[in-house]
Structure formats: C-alpha cells, structure tokens
Design a binder for this molecule. Structure first.
Ligand code: SF4
Ligand code: SF4
Length: 98
C-alpha cells in the first residue's frame, strides 16, 4: 500500500475532510460562500471541479481548466473567480486498445 493510499484510508476512517485545492493558476474558490448547490461541477465541461464530503466545490484536476468561466457565471453565490487567461482544452488521451 502506498503512502497516499494509507493517508486516504486514514482520512476515510477518521472522517476527516482532507485538504482540498481551492486555488490554482486559473481559479479561486471562496469556500465560505459556497452553498454546495452543485451547479458549477455539474456544468464544467472539463470535469475540473469536484465536491468534497460537504458538497462544497474544490479543484480536482487544475490542469484541465480552460478558463471558460461557465462556473463563475453560473455560481449564484459568487464563490468562484476565474483569474487566469483562457487556454485551449488539453487533448484527450487516447489509449491503445489491447
Ligand atoms: S455553483 Fe457556487 S455555490 Fe454552487 S457548488 Fe459551485 S461554488 Fe458552490
Ligand atoms: S472555468 Fe470552465 S473549465 Fe475551468 S473550472 Fe470553470 S467551468 Fe470548468
């Protein structure tokens, strides 16, 4: 079992919410303003965002964010700010079929 797996297991067992990324080169999330409505992570076309155990949003895959602002524009609580310049979506990884 890797160190990361052990840490996750400990978090699961102790019901502790692990530290989640809420700031990247593209986004800032104001956690206190987030009401856990789910709009942003349902609408994000890149799958960048995810909910923590309380339903509050965090940045799961920061490298996938294109800065499209869909999340910022639809958040009813102004809890997300896109700070970076828009960029192209990363190319989808095509895995060889075996
Ligand atoms: S849309 Fe806003 S309030 Fe709703 S989960 Fe996302 S950040 Fe939180
Ligand atoms: S800016 Fe666009 S790609 Fe980035 S998290 Fe928001 S909705 Fe997703």
């Amino acid at each position: 079992m890797t160190e990361e797996a052990v840490r996750r297991l400990k978090d699961e067992l102790t019901q502790k919410t692990p530290e989640k990324l809420r700031r990247s080169d593209m986004l800032v999330i104001y956690q206190k303003w987030c009401k856990a409505c789910g709009i942003c992570y349902e609408l994000c076309p890149q799958g960048t965002l995810e909910a923590d155990r309380e339903g509050k949003v965090y940045i799961k895959f920061p490298e996938t964010c294109t800065g499209c602002k869909i999340c910022e524009l639809h958040c009813p609580d102004f809890a997300i700010l896109v700070t970076g310049n828009p960029r192209k979506a990363p190319k989808a990884e095509i895995k060889d079929k075996k």
